[in-house]
Design a protein around this ligand. Structure first.
Ligand code: ATP
Ligand code: MG
Length: 300
């Protein structure tokens, strides 16, 4: 029998988010403008684009942390957008988020073990104190931390260890999907690779899927299966990672890739002018064209 066509774990369709009142002649900003993509089980989808392009807003909308002005979100084929917070709760368990600043996420007066245990307590998954301690110890080991550290406070840890603590908490409810929003940007360069490797190990051992938001194209290339490029609230290109790096089609993607330092001393960056966003993205005729299997480019 042929393999059944795999179904997406996450699917978003035509997400739109507008900010500003629009009254009193105020400017109305469309932060996310018709964004659609899917994430397969155990897949890492990268989301890149300049600051303010709508990456974090997209991630928050997907998780139900930000209202949708338009569009839909599906988890395993079930529409989860528009659900009440109560109806959303069982779905939220399966979708977690990791932010850029692990110190900001931690409570300086809370022992890190209690921080990791909190979701277990809230969702009544390990009712007794000793069960929770066992589970927290297992989570600490899973992210490469000594369980003996669970009684310590956040200030006693390095940045990389704090991010591991946040990852342990995100894993507590055994999610299927994680939005990682610039999760390594705030870390020392020497630590970044370790945390990226941890993400990769977790994907392989737990079958976790990620939306991995990053400015770092080298990390994206290393970690992601597919990449979506965002510009001014829109996805302008989406492709398997090697296709995107070998054959970028949208002028904005091309300009992003040209900006990567090339280690070859004979390499001269081509003398193209920087892509002019306004000139190339008209409001209408916003169509994604599939130029090769799985490689979509916004008509430009
Ligand atoms: N709560 C808000 N109120 C008003 N405008 C907002 C709000 N949140 C985001 N924006 C605006 O929406 C746009 C997209 O923001 P978003 O944070 O999603 O961008 P980003 O791609 O994540 O940027 P960065 O790479 O800097 O994190 C920006 O212009 C931002 O100023
Ligand atoms: Mg952001």
């Amino acid at each position: 029998m042929p393999e059944p066509h795999p179904a997406p774990l996450i699917e978003v369709r035509d997400l739109v988010r507008r900010y500003g009142q629009g009254r009193l002649g105020g400017h109305r900003l469309t932060a996310v403008n018709g964004v659609s993509f899917s994430v397969m089980p155990a897949e890492t989808l990268g989301l890149v684009g300049e600051s303010g392009s709508g990456k974090s807003t997209t991630g928050r909308m997907l998780l139900g942390l930000e209202p949708l002005d338009e569009g839909e979100v599906f988890f395993n084929g079930t529409r989860i957008s528009g659900l009440s917070p109560r109806a959303m709760k069982p779905w939220r368990r399966q979708m977690q988020v990791i932010f850029q600043d692990p110190y900001g996420a931690l409570n300086p007066r809370q022992r890190v073990g209690d921080f990791v245990a909190e979701p277990l307590r809230v969702h009544k998954l390990a009712p007794s104190r000793s069960e929770r301690a066992d589970r927290v110890a297992a989570l600490f080991r899973q992210v490469g931390l000594d369980p003996a550290f669970m009684h310590r406070y956040p200030h006693e840890f390095s940045g990389g260890q704090r991010q591991r603590i946040c990852i342990a908490r995100a894993l507590a409810l055994k999610p299927a999907f994680i939005v990682a929003d610039e999760p390594i940007t705030a870390l020392d360069v020497s630590i970044q690779a370790q945390i990226v490797n941890l993400f990769q190990d977790l994907s392989e051992t737990m079958g976790l899927a990620y939306l991995f938001i990053s400015h770092d194209l080298a990390m994206i290339r290393y970690l992601c299966h597919r990449v979506a490029v965002m510009l001014r609230g829109r996805i302008v290109e989406l492709a398997p990672v090697e296709t995107l790096f070998d054959d970028p089609r949208h002028p904005y993607t091309q300009s992003l890739l040209r900006a990567i330092p090339n280690p070859d001393p004979d390499h001269r960056p081509p003398a193209h002018p920087r892509f002019d966003v306004d000139a190339h993205i008209p409001e209408r005729d916003m169509e994604m064209v599939e130029v090769s299997p799985g490689h979509f480019v916004l008509r430009h």
